[in-house]
Ligand binder design. Structure first.
Ligand code: GCB
Ligand code: CA
Length: 880
């Protein structure tokens, strides 16, 4: 083995400038800071960095970061934008090659250097690089990058339930190499591919493929030495060999002897052992190029009956889907944030992550390798395809980029290339549906073939939604893994229909490998209900959904794995739920605060003892109280322990054996702080503690004073205003000596409670407006005499011409025909109120009225219809 001596090292520093560290032969330095940025259309030759007054930004960056905050608008800037930077390069083209490497920019990128067009790349989620050697000069270089996220029918994804943030949102690198180097022009990859075709606990076969590039004619000699070393994390170098080569063309393929290792240390979630391949090109004892690539050794297979096996051990693949997103930052995340998301899945006990719906940051793949999380990665073909050659070519390139860029990661076990590809059928012209279907099938066949050729050692998968065409068109027969995105009990049917659906599939296709790539429900930490309903976005609804699904998944061995939708609440500009522009199916919030359901996963998946009082999202409670002081409310614990004891205000409420990892106590809460401690009954001391602030709302006003009342009308749930720290509790019908509404019913649209439209110009109270009592006649409260302030909240949820809501006709509500008076204790307060005319569709109405209650008559609000049904979203009464 040749070694560099110090004199040679000094020599090396002389003629390879800018080497970042000893012996590497290449330098790789990020180009992230101090870019000038501007949206719009420019000619790069007319722009000079120094004189331009554009704002300075740093990468990673997106120009749509604020577009997803509630702004009353659907849509975000999709167009061109420019990044400029002056880059100092001590360029010596005779000795070095220079490359700019983008980890990802969405979605079409064009690079200009010193006014010259260098190249273009289509696709927002894979890495790409340009050889800029011919364009750079010694000293200052003008780097101009045009990035365009305009909708382009030839670049997937065409549509999807997430925001297509524009910008250079991942790291950019300047790479300088010698004139001889490992292949830099292979789909943005390392240029070296480590194959592990045969691995067992006894032995492993390693094959190294790849290529060397050389600028023949510009190098001193064509003779080089190629060396490979394999390092074991503890044992050091366990293999090394080298060979002398004579370069005869600008690209030389590497064909290395198969390397055999005995009793390899296998990679697994429990023990993610990473070996390292050190690949080096020498010339006359000088390192020209070197790559250090971590890799792992493991073997796995799927069985249609028994699920998945890793290193011979039956292992259910459980974890989460992960979007690259953070509220206010879009997709522009730091490596550390990527890492911490993966850590959250690991800490939950997960062994698997689906990178939906696109290839993700290198930091994610590194985290997966090092933490021990198996990976499904996929290309961004979502909802629909375009019938065009360019679209198909882009799809093929994306697939090759993904596979080659992430080939060496032992964590990756599945390549996906389509998600719910028939989803958009509901919107397309029925005349072209058949042609679209045929085209999707043909493209799937092509992509399947490419994936199998590119990587015969991993599995392919496709994610389908609950729609029969996947079966009848036979597209489901193409991938190796048939995977389902199922939302029974959320968008349709009931929870248990999920298991029935899967059992039918299993019976019909006994030879298929079954996987659940998505299941999930939305939730909003402000919304709570003791009787959750489908699509109400309550925390409790989310809990019931996942409790049911996890149980059903675990009782079915043939379901090889399942990934919850989604690890986090993520941006989706066109979606309007209780949090507009956000898909809130996360088991953590966008800010990465675990929702209670996170702990349910932990109890199911973790090997550590888990004991969690799963009420962290409902620490401010307000509910009805018969006596004005106490109420019976559930306290739920998620735990994998055998027996758990719960204490309330220091007193034991008894011991329960968790069933399906959960146990619930019905507890009498008292006004004020209620403290709870949960303890492991047996063995070591494990405990959890929580305090819940309880405010009872009296029913009987003849016995209890009521100074403040906050009511959420037309709803099955309460709404917590986190800033004002008050709970708007769900209303109830009026009874004597009490309070409540008279007449009407909660508004349902398309079988879902409330409107699922954005309430404009109000950020914090959208779900409070969204639910409403329709056809309300009045609201009464038998309050004592005195001065009060009454506040009324409402919104017109129907536009004038609306006929269809969520694809369902809504004949009852032609719109524009709702006119009513509001009368308080015989005084007309609002006359002929026409919300649509005076305020507009989805604009809130919120007004206060000062009233004086006299003569023991209490409060009586009447809604007098002139036309259509009066509505009311919320109301508050506060004594002065
Ligand atoms: C799906 C899609 C995913 C959506 C999800 C949802 O099936 O694959 O992109 O975000 O449903 O929340 O509806
Ligand atoms: Ca990165």
């Amino acid at each position: 083995m040749k070694k560099l001596n110090f004199a040679v090292l000094l020599g090396l520093l002389w003629f390879i400038p800018n080497v970042s560290s000893f012996g590497q032969g290449r330098s790789t330095i990020s180009v992230n800071s101090h870019w000038k940025f501007q949206k719009g259309n420019f000619n790069p030759s007319n722009i000079h960095f120094e004189s331009e007054k554009w704002p300075i930004i740093h990468l990673p960056h997106t120009w749509n970061d604020k577009d997803v905050l509630p702004d009353g608008e659907r849509g975000y800037y999709r167009g061109e934008a420019w990044y400029f930077k002056e880059l100092n390069i001590s360029a010596d083209q005779d000795l070095s090659n220079y490359f700019i490497h983008f980890e990802g920019a969405n979605q079409e990128t064009t690079l200009y250097i010193n006014g010259h067009l260098v190249g273009m790349h289509a696709g927002g989620y894979s890495a790409f690089r340009f050889d800029i050697t011919a364009y750079v000069k010694e000293g200052k270089n003008q780097i101009a990058v045009k990035v365009d996220n305009t909708h382009n029918p030839d670049i997937p994804p065409l549509s999807a339930d997430f925001t297509f943030f524009g910008g250079i949102y991942r790291d950019v690198w300047l790479i300088e190499t010698a004139k001889v180097h490992f292949d830099m022009e292979n789909y943005g990859s390392d240029g070296i591919f480590i194959h592990t075709p045969n691995v067992s606990s006894e032995s492993a076969e390693i094959k190294i493929l790849g290529a060397i590039q050389a600028a023949l004619g510009q190098i001193e000699s064509n003779k080089i030495t190629l060396s490979f070393k394999i390092k074991h994390p503890q044992k050091g170098i366990i293999y090394q060999n080298e060979t002398d080569l004579e370069l005869q063309s600008s690209k030389k393929e590497i064909s290395w002897e198969t390397i055999h290792l005995n009793t390899p240390d296998l990679w697994s979630p429990e023990s993610p052992t990473l070996y390292q391949l050190e690949a080096t090109i020498y010339q006359k004892e000088v390192v020209l190029d070197q790559l250090n690539i971590p890799f792992g050794l493991r073997f796995f297979h799927f069985d249609p009956e028994k699920g998945f096996f890793l290193n011979g051990k039956q292992t259910k693949l459980m974890g989460a889907n992960r979007h690259q997103d953070y509220i206010g930052q879009g997709n522009a995340l730091s490596d550390e944030l990527h890492w911490s998301d993966m850590k959250a899945i690991k800490d939950m006990g997960g062994n698997f992550v689906r990178l939906a719906h696109y290839p993700q940051d290198p930091a994610i793949l590194r985290a997966a390798d090092e933490l021990g999380l198996m990976v499904w990665e996929e290309t961004p073909l979502v909802n629909e395809v375009t019938k065009s050659k360019k679209h198909d070519l882009n799809s093929e390139i994306m697939l090759k980029e993904m596979i080659r860029q992430h080939y060496n990661h032992p964590s990756v076990i599945i390549w996906g290339y389509m998600n719910e590809i028939y989803w958009a059928h509901r919107f397309i012209d029925p005349e072209i549906v058949d042609a679209q279907t045929t085209h999707s099938v043909e493209l799937a066949e092509k992509l399947e073939k490419i994936a199998r050729e590119e990587d015969p050692y991993r599995y392919t998968a496709m994610a389908l939604h609950n729609y029969p065409l996947y079966e009848s068109s036979e597209i489901a027969n193409i991938p190796q893994i048939v995977s389902w995105n199922l939302y029974h009990g959320w968008y349709y049917d009931e929870f248990e229909d999920f298991g029935k659906f899967m059992d039918e599939q299993h019976e019909k296709y006994p030879d298929r490998i079954h996987f659940i790539s998505e299941y999930g429900a939305g939730s909003d930490t402000r919304l709570h209900s003791l009787k959750p309903e489908k699509f109400d976005f309550t925390i409790e609804g989310h809990k019931r959904f996942l409790e049911s699904f996890l149980k059903q998944i675990y009782t079915r061995q043939y379901i090889s794995g399942a990934t919850v939708w989604n690890l986090i609440d993520f941006s989706s500009e066109r979606r309007i739920d209780s949090n507009p522009h956000l898909n809130n199916k996360g088991i953590m919030t966008s800010e990465r605060v675990p929702k209670d359901v996170y702990y349910l996963f932990q109890a199911y998946l973790s090997n550590n003892p888990i004991l969690k009082i799963a009420e962290t999202n409902w620490k401010n409670r307000s509910v009805l109280s018969e006596d004005g002081n106490t109420s019976i409310l559930p306290i739920q614990v998620y735990s994998n322990l055998n027996e758990v004891e719960l204490y309330h205000q220091g007193k034991s409420l008894g011991t329960l054996k968790p069933k399906d990892n959960q146990a619930t106590w019905e507890v009498e809460f008292k006004k004020g702080i209620n403290s709870f401690t949960a303890k492991n009954k047996a063995g070591e001391e494990i405990l959890d503690y929580i305090e819940i602030d309880f405010l009872p709302v009296p029913i009987d006003l003849s016995k209890t004073n009521l100074d403040r009342l906050f009511i959420n009308l037309g709803s099955n749930h309460s709404f917590f205003d986190a800033k004002g720290k008050v709970t708007y509790i769900q209303s109830k019908p009026y009874e004597k000596n009490s309070w409540g509404h008279i007449g009407g019913a909660p508004l349902y649209i398309a079988n879902k409670i409330g409107t699922k439209e954005d309430i404009l110009t109000t950020d914090d109270f959208v779900p409070l407006y969204q639910t409403m009592q329709e056809g309300i006649d009045g609201f009464k409260a038998d309050l004592p005499d005195g001065d009060y302030i009454i506040e009324l909240w409402m919104v017109e949820p129907f536009p004038k011409s609306r006929k269809f809501v969520d694809g369902v006709e809504s004949p009852e509500h032609p719109g524009g025909q709702r006119i009513f008076d509001i009368v308080i204790n015989d005084k007309v307060i609002f006359k002929n109120l026409d919300l649509l005319k005076e305020y507009g569709y989805n604009y809130p109405f919120k007004e206060k009225v000062k009233v004086q209650l006299k003569d023991g008559k209490g409060l009586e609000i009447s809604f007098v219809s002139k036309k259509g049904k009066p509505i009311l979203s919320a109301l508050s009464i506060q004594k002065q």
